[in-house]
Design a protein around this ligand. Structure first.
Ligand SMILES: [Zn+2]
Length: 140
């Protein structure tokens, strides 16, 4: 299960809506354990060179920097979030290919520029499937 605090959630939704109709991406930071607790979100740049309506790419150095600052604060990099503009929150084949099994992947569906729904996924080690993870976000 992954639970997202209101402060972090507001940052994620604002970033997803601001980048619409492009995909956004970012890092989720907090406490990892049996239940994951996201206390902060860091918007990162979508570094994908082509059309960003259905693709995102994270720079490894941006992720590394987010991981470092999380550790410096005594926290963990829990996962990655990205948006699906005018598309449901599912885990695509590309998402699976670009995933890593030790992170949670939260997908935010943004329809016509407004947040619609979200889901979290846990990819397996060979990146062949992702299981849905219980996601709790502050409903407003
Ligand atoms: Zn995706």
């Amino acid at each position: 299960m992954i639970k997202i605090d209101k402060g972090a959630w507001d940052v994620m939704v604002a970033h997803a809506e601001a980048k619409f109709p492009s995909e956004c991406c970012g890092a989720m930071i907090g406490k990892a354990g049996y239940e994951k607790h996201v206390t902060a979100a860091v918007p990162l740049e979508n570094a994908y060179a082509g059309e960003q309506g259905a693709r995102y790419e994270l720079r490894p150095e941006d992720l590394l920097a987010a991981d470092r600052s999380a550790r410096a604060a005594g926290l963990d990099l829990i996962g990655i979030f990205h948006s699906h503009p005018d598309c449901d929150a599912y885990f695509s084949k590309t998402d699976l290919e670009n995933s890593c099994p030790w992170y949670s992947f939260v997908v935010l569906s943004v329809k016509q520029g407004k947040f619609d729904h979200a889901a979290s996924f846990l990819p397996n080690a060979d990146q062949t499937a992702a299981e849905k993870e219980d996601l709790i976000w502050p409903k407003s």
